[in-house]
Design a protein around this ligand. Sequence first.
Ligand code: SAH
Length: 443
Amino acid sequence: MENIVKVKCVDFTFDGQGLAKDAKGRTYFVPSLLIGEEAEVKVLYRKKDFDVAKISKILKFSEFRINPKCPCATSCGGCCFQNLDYKKELEYKKKVAINTIKSIAKYEIKGANIYGMEEPYYYRNKIQIPFGYDKQNRLVYGFYKFKSHEIVPIKECVIEDEVHVDILKSIKDLMLSFKINAYNEDTQKGLIRHVLIRVGKVSKEVMVVFIVTSLRFPSKRNFVKEFIKQNPSVSTVVFNENPRKTNVILGNKEEVAYGKGYIYDELLGVKFKISSKSFYQVNHDQCEVLYSLAIKKANLSKDDVVLDAYCGIGTIGLIASKEVKEVHGVEIVKEAIIDAKENAKINNIKNAEFLCKDASEYIIDKKLDCVFVDPPRKGLDQKFIDSLIKSKVKKVVYISCDVGTFSRDIKILSDYYQVKSVDFVDMFPRTFHVETVALLERR
Ligand code: SAH
């Protein structure tokens, strides 16, 4: 019983684990333990300043604890708030984000809103799931266990679109009957590494991408034929080749095995073509909330020239295009820019131009009225920040999926840009992630 300790949970860590203390004040990170709860925990391993532990027995329950909707809530590393009342989750996410901005950027954020979902389940339009083997060498698919590469098999996932469940099950059955192996990370043998499924919430089109170690394998045509027969809802099938030993999921080479090789969807009345390598927000309804808020903050007018930096398939710029004179978009992924250009065409938008370039190499050489930035987690590049400062653009609307790098960037910009307003959109309910959207104005 030596490694069983009595603790009280006093806070959450930034990634949604319970932060608990024992009687001596030592710190424990305990997944699924909620603020205010007391528990006996089993220490899994010790570090200098804290222990990592798991719940053995809860002695005092939080009044905000709920029964998780998901059967794998405690084993899978995907969600950390399945057992917490959703209103409390929103409150907590907002508090953490505001505290992060305060501690890194020294800004006091007042009057921020967090926009949550009415029904915070089944919202993800994209699943990216590894296939592999369990300890008994049985074929499994699922999510990685928290901070590991062990696959926790899933039957259903309550944050994914329900369409995904049947497709995944049929893939597994077909792999067994066609004797197709999953990739084994240790031996580097086997064919199927991941399966990516994307659903257009409005169009209902479904794209399935098999990420494989080789595009050539026996009975491929029959496998696809049988797969389509069993899954008539699938509109297109793509094979993506990734033979490397890497954590990066998608490889470079692709082959369309069925259908167009891409799907369409719609956001705020604008139609978008989405291919397998292009970024597309995973929560359709909250994405509409986010973009509406970003465009509202920009307070655009008919003569404005706007830059959509890190534009993906051109979503924000194309939606904003009706309100302005010109839109320019820049994005590093070639396929996304091809989609963006076509998206302008299919929506008959004539005032938008897109360029495939690293944002840090993009020279702002025109007079801009507003810049939307929506970078990946690592935030803005220093060269892009320098270019932004030099451009003297009046308004910057910063959309961020990582409040830490957002805070770092607004601090760097703070001599030139003042933060006018910050709000949060819960794009990823039940997980610790939250999206920040802020208006910065030139001083
Ligand atoms: N605004 C889009 C995409 C946001 S995700 C949307 O909401 O859908 C961030 C995008 O930045 C991705 O499309 C990614 O490919 C792109 N990106 C990442 N690093 C980049 C860089 N250095 N320069 C330009 N674009 C980059």
